[in-house]
Unconditional design. Structure first.
Lengths: 544, 218
């Protein structure tokens, strides 16, 4: 038995070759996914460290822990590392890379070398941002608004901008790679409407990566040129227009929000279906709502600029278009809920995260409608209401889905099960800590506390103390995962086959952990996705 | 044919040469879509500032050498022709022909870049480089700097894309000489051609937008 297990391990993508070179020069999408997981985990906790410092400063009304300039750098670096070096690549580059070929019956992604290159680009970009941090920081906010970032910048804007520029190429390569892979590498019989919804979500995400990222690339380049040579592109004194920067920036950066949330929604479709033992309700509606979000996402950037001097009519149009995004988003939420209805629901850790996602994303999405409403936005613009809103989507949405997916596919990745009790505790701690951190911020924002200040009036202290207390709990939850996940790689229960009794090629056909080329022979697909009728529940399978 | 024996095998993760070819083609098309968006951002900036400062753009354009711009347009269209011929040779399995036509394309690209260098040099002499050496003629439009900044950024980005193309051409020409392509398996040449035609096409837009604003004769 032991010998077959060891043999199996040697035959898996984790075994065979062990050297450093076999990892850092690998072209195997699964190993590249693991490389991304390692790099992004580092950046996540680095970004989290800045969040801790921010919340510590806000414990008291006076700006006593940091000076205003230092505080500006803290929230800037928190934003840069979390958005560009964790949230954007997290689900596509870790889970997408690992799973996409497995789910569609391919031996690898279309362009394995470009895939490896994308990892190096994202890491090189992260190192540039790291350098900007060590050299003295950046204080423009992650948005790099001109003229903070051009005429009046006195921090390391160019190094940080260059980092984002380089990482952007990684993002584009991932997008190009996934589009070609999904179009041309599907197994025989795997028609578009037999694809797992995770794949549809990756496809929609890749479209945004390819259409949006180049625009931020040229915008950042223009800021760098402006900063280096002062040619006047965004300087009104020389005929330029700083508002044009905001248009270009949000033309990418709003769709970028969907680069983060769409693949996370794909994860949730997989989890809800598996742990309800039911076909996803309204498969085609969920599939097309991903595409609808990708398309609509490009038409709403002006809602970030309601108070930037944009014309009232432009504001009205952008407001209406922003409301439209609620439709495909709501379709997904309702369909997941309908999938739960009369399903055999079992509450393993991935499902806890999925249910957490549905609730938190709903709050994040609905408050987004408040913000898309012109009059309300003028009241809460640049306040903690906005901060709470996007953290509900980004942390309550993307991070929850990422963790849920990571737990779900962890046994597939490593052939070991994470400890269920610790994982459940961690999931609940994260959920409670998250809500305690960010619910008070909705109220703070509504009462008028502006974002990005290191000091605030005394009447806001109680809510800020609650928020900081919540952040401590949230941080503990994340640290707990950081302990038991690596622990399980050595001490976790060994897993073979399909521990969840889940549907899909990656569970039903591929070895656990997968062999280097994924499939011993090309699979052919003859049934619809999520064909769960009459199956045992996930809990029954897991404890069998 | 001697080439057939040395032709590159299909990569391990594809099941047929046809699948490999189609995948590479769709990959390049997706890449070109992002290129369109990249230059699209620049064209948007151009559009906004030309609308804000139409006079500065007319005046700046009037001082660009239309003759050299026209010459470069002809040279670049010629290079697209030689590139198309290189692709045709690859389809017919003539490896040396492919390499030869790619070499011709590289020569034409070299001519283009040489002319561009002369143009940039004359801008240096006339002190028309915003932020570096900027001292335009007396009475110049106060926003002339925007036109010339965009001139350098747009043509510069285009030139960088040509340099990337040149590197790729060296690579493909060498592979071609080694007989790595066959009539069934020469997608590398095809997608190099796609890329080069795209670079050519960007110039077809840049040329009138930068050089020909006064061509109507007012």
């Amino acid at each position: 038995m032991t010998t077959t297990m060891e043999k199996r391990r040697a035959e898996s993508y984790l075994g065979g070759e062990y050297g450093i070179k076999s990892w850092f020069l690998t072209q195997d999408h699964k190993r590249i996914g693991i490389l991304y997981l390692l790099g992004l985990t580092f950046f996540f906790f680095l970004g989290g460290l800045f969040a801790v410092l921010i919340r510590l400063e806000l414990l008291t009304p006076a700006g006593d822990l940091f000076q205003a300039e230092t505080y500006n750098k803290l929230f800037t670096l928190h934003g840069i590392f979390m958005i560009f070096f964790f949230l954007l690549p997290a689900v596509p580059a870790v889970l997408g890379n690992f799973l996409l070929p497995l789910m569609i019956g391919a031996k690898d992604v279309a362009f394995p070398k470009l895939n490896l290159l994308s990892w190096y680009l994202v890491m090189a970009g992260g190192l540039f941002a790291f350098w900007a941090m060590v050299a003295g920081g950046v204080d423009t906010g992650w948005t790099f608004y001109t003229p903070y970032s051009s005429t009046y910048a006195n921090t390391h804007v160019i190094a940080a901008a260059l980092g984002i520029f380089i990482a952007g190429f990684g993002s584009i390569l991932t997008g190009v790679n996934f589009i070609a892979t999904i179009h041309k590498m599907r197994a025989p019989g795997l028609t578009w409407f037999r694809l797992p919804l995770f794949v549809w979500a990756q496809y929609a995400t890749s479209l945004i990566m390819v259409l949006g990222t180049p625009v931020i690339a040229i915008t950042i380049l223009l800021v760098a040129i402006e900063r280096l040579f002062g040619v006047g592109i965004f300087d009104p004194g020389k005929g330029g227009d700083p508002i044009l920067f905001q248009h270009l920036f949000w033309f990418y950066s709003h769709p970028a929000v969907y680069i983060m949330i769409l693949p996370a929604m794909g994860v949730i479709s997989e989890l809800v279906s598996c742990f309800s033992r039911k076909r996803v309700f309204g498969y085609k509606f969920i599939a097309f709502s991903s595409l609808a979000i990708a398309v609509l996402g490009f038409l709403v950037w002006g809602h970030h600029m309601f108070v930037s001097g944009q014309s009232l009519y432009a504001g009205m149009i952008f407001s209406l278009l922003s409301f439209l995004v609620a439709i495909p988003s709501a379709i997904k939420v309702f369909n997941w809920t309908a999938t739960l209805y009369r399903g055999s629901v079992s509450l393993a850790t991935p499902m806890l995260y999925a249910l957490g996602f549905i609730g938190l994303f709903t709050i994040g999405g609905l408050t987004g409608i408040f913000l898309a409403t012109l009059a309300i936005d003028i009241h809460v613009h640049d306040s903690y209401f906005v901060v709470a809103h996007f953290h509900y989507v980004m942390v309550g949405g993307v991070v929850m889905a990422f963790l849920g997916g990571l737990h779900f596919w962890w046994p597939k990745m490593f052939g070991r099960m994470y400890p269920e009790w610790a994982a459940k505790v961690s999931a609940v701690v994260i959920f409670v800590g998250f809500n305690l951190t960010f619910l008070p911020q909705f109220i703070l924002g509504y009462l008028g506390m502006p974002r990005r200040y290191h000091a605030y009036p005394e009447e806001f202290q109680v809510l800020n103390v609650l928020s900081t207390a919540g952040a401590s709990i949230l941080g503990l939850g994340f640290l707990l995962s950081l302990v038991y996940m690596p622990w399980s790689l050595i001490y976790g229960r060994k897993v073979r086959g399909n521990p969840w009794g889940a549907k899909g090629l990656e569970w039903e056909v591929v070895d656990t952990p997968p062999s280097p080329h994924n499939f011993h022979e090309t699979p052919s697909v003859e049934e619809p996705p999520y064909n769960y009728e009459g199956e045992y529940t996930a809990a029954e399978v897991a404890h069998a | 044919m001697p080439e057939a024996t040395t032709a590159a095998p299909i990569a391990h993760h594809f099941s047929s040469a046809e699948q490999q070819n189609e995948t590479a083609a769709i990959g390049m098309w997706a890449f070109l879509v992002q290129e369109v968006m990249f230059f699209g951002g620049l064209f948007t900036v151009y559009l906004v500032y030309r609308n804000l400062h139409p006079h500065a753009f007319l005046e700046g354009s009037g001082h660009l050498p239309v003759g050299l711009g026209t010459l470069n347009t002809v040279v670049l269209i010629g290079s697209s022709l030689t590139m198309a011929l290189a692709v045709r040779c690859a389809q017919l399995g003539r490896g040396k022909g492919t390499a030869g036509y790619i070499l011709a394309t590289m020569a034409l690209a070299g001519v283009f870049l040489a002319v561009k260098t002369i143009e940039y040099g004359s801008k240096w002499d006339d002190a028309l480089i915003p932020g570096v050496r900027w001292d335009p003629w007396p009475g110049a439009d106060p926003h002339l700097n925007l036109f010339y900044a965009l001139y350098f950024i747009m043509t510069g980005m285009h030139a960088i894309h040509m340099l990337v193309g040149l590197v790729l051409m060296v690579f493909v020409a060498l592979r071609s000489l080694r007989g790595r392509y066959s009539p069934q398996n020469h997608i590398g040449v095809e997608i190099l051609g796609l890329y080069w035609h795209f670079v050519d096409l960007v110039w077809i837009f840049l040329f009138p937008l930068l050089y020909l604003l006064n061509a109507g004769g007012h």
